[in-house]
Design a binder for this molecule. Structure first.
Ligand code: PLP
Length: 285
């Protein structure tokens, strides 16, 4: 296996960045995870556009053009013979003597790491067919979760709480009882015949999978409500599910101690999961 680090493809075990990298010291960086399916990167343009936005919000100047970045992603997948799995991109502000304020961008280059990994799609499919359990945890993150930063400690702790409880994902719940999103996914419910998810402007990451699902909902002429919902409403919903690049659409069958619907994966979410890749942007490597 090889990984891409700052212009070079290096063996996985030898890959390293500097100890004074600001990603390491301050979580001063951003990332993306894209699904790879049948040798193609799914929704690559949307992921790159979101990464540009994250970088801009943090004033990290990252000079590499999208075309070059696409080549590096493709080459990293090719060199690792990944046909199904994921590609992970991380850009940090770079390595500099530890100081809170930004280093001079003319003197310090950002760090780019690209890692590709094979994942058997049958694993995710089995999880989706069984459905997942969710635990609710108090929202305790900063106000800029719209930026996909590598500062993920609250998410790590939330997902660890889920794992300890035998669940696969945690939903953050704000002080008013409204679900914001999952530890690494967006949260959805189906009420009556309407798919419901929170406004992307309020306390969540605008998921690429969420955006592509909105396209699918429009194409299918399904009812959609962009609004916040409480954890109590979710527990009484007809169906519930999560979206993310690695889970696509995955049904939720239990929230805390309450089964969702009949406690089995919902028909609507399973059908949309089947349809998802008809709509997603596919780019051959
Ligand atoms: N919300 C959070 C906090 C995430 O970490 C992720 C993905 O990792 C998502 C939502 C879903 O985003 P996407 O569909 O782009 O993977």
């Amino acid at each position: 296996r090889v990984v891409y680090v700052n212009g070079r493809y290096v063996p996985y075990r030898d890959a390293s960045v500097h100890v004074e990298d600001r990603g390491f010291q301050f979580a001063d960086g951003v990332y993306e995870v894209c699904e790879v399916r049948n040798g193609r990167i799914i929704d690559e343009s949307r992921h790159l556009a979101r990464m540009r936005r994250s970088l801009k919000e943090l004033s990290i100047s990252f000079p590499m053009a999208d075309a070059a970045l696409r080549l590096v992603m493709g080459e990293t997948l090719r060199r690792n013979r990944v046909r199904n799995g994921l590609v992970y991109l991380q850009v940090t502000r770079g390595a500099a003597k530890r100081e809170f304020t930004f280093p001079d961008p003319d003197a310090v280059a950002p760090t780019l790491v690209v890692i590709a990994r094979s994942v058997d799609p049958a694993i995710g499919e089995a999880v989706a067919q069984a459905g997942i359990r969710i635990v609710s945890v108090p929202e305790n993150r900063w106000a800029r979760v719209d930026i996909k930063t590598i500062g993920l400690l609250p998410n790590v702790l939330a997902k660890m709480a889920a794992k300890t409880a035998g669940a696969r994902e945690a939903w953050f719940v704000d002080r008013d009882g409204f679900v914001t999103e999952g530890g690494s996914s967006n949260a959805w419910i189906i009420v009556g015949d309407a798919l419901v998810t929170r406004h992307a402007e309020h306390g969540i990451l605008r998921g690429v999978t969420r955006t592509t699902l909105l396209d699918l909902i429009a194409i299918e002429g399904l009812r959609f409500e962009e609004r916040q919902f409480t954890i109590d409403e979710a527990k009484t919903a007809r169906e519930a599910f999560v979206t993310s690049a690695t889970t696509i659409l995955t049904p939720v069958v239990q929230i805390d101690d309450t089964p969702v619907g009949d406690g089995k994966p919902g028909d609507i979410v399973l059908r949309l999961r089947q349809r998802f890749h008809d709509i997603a942007e596919w780019r051959s490597l």
